[in-house]
Design a binder for this molecule. Structure first.
Ligand SMILES: [Zn+2]
Length: 145
């Protein structure tokens, strides 16, 4: 590992913001998907079975694992435009920098300071093919957890 990668993670551990990464695991199909030929979400099934749990349009229920992480969070306005990840922005969005050791597989949302964000356009920053950190755009999804 390059020194840059080590020092980024150490710096993160000392100075990073606390946040929670939410991962989905073990999906259980919703009964609504059993009722139509495409095996997809069926809102008519939910309308006729209002007592059944609502899969919220997902067609499945997923267990969510919460993982505490550290990251650097910067409001979009504080980041130089040329260094922003690809995408379009609103004033509620944040830029996140986090460890290259964090897996994004199954990641659904990120909770930070009581708000829920979706990670968009994640990318990694590397020097000489060695990953230093990952970064991306946090799009505000909900203003409360
Ligand atoms: Zn359903």
């Amino acid at each position: 590992m390059l020194d840059e990668a080590v020092s980024f993670d150490e710096f993160l551990e000392e100075e990073g913001n606390d946040l929670v990464f939410l991962y989905e695991s073990s999906k259980t199909p919703c009964p609504c998907t059993q009722n139509n030929v495409h095996g997809q979400y069926d809102r008519y099934w939910h309308q006729t079975n209002p007592a059944e749990p609502d899969c919220q349009g997902q067609g499945y229920f997923a267990d969510v694992n919460q993982v505490n992480n550290k990251a650097f969070i910067l409001p979009v306005d504080d980041v130089e435009e040329k260094t922003l990840p690809a995408g379009s922005y609103s004033k509620d969005d944040q830029i996140i920098y986090f460890s290259s050791s964090i897996s994004l597989e199954g990641l659904v949302n990120v909770e930070y300071r009581g708000k829920v964000y979706e990670l968009k356009n994640p990318d990694s920053y590397s020097i000489q093919n060695q990953d230093i950190c990952q970064f991306g755009l946090l799009k505000l999804v909900k203003t409360h957890v």
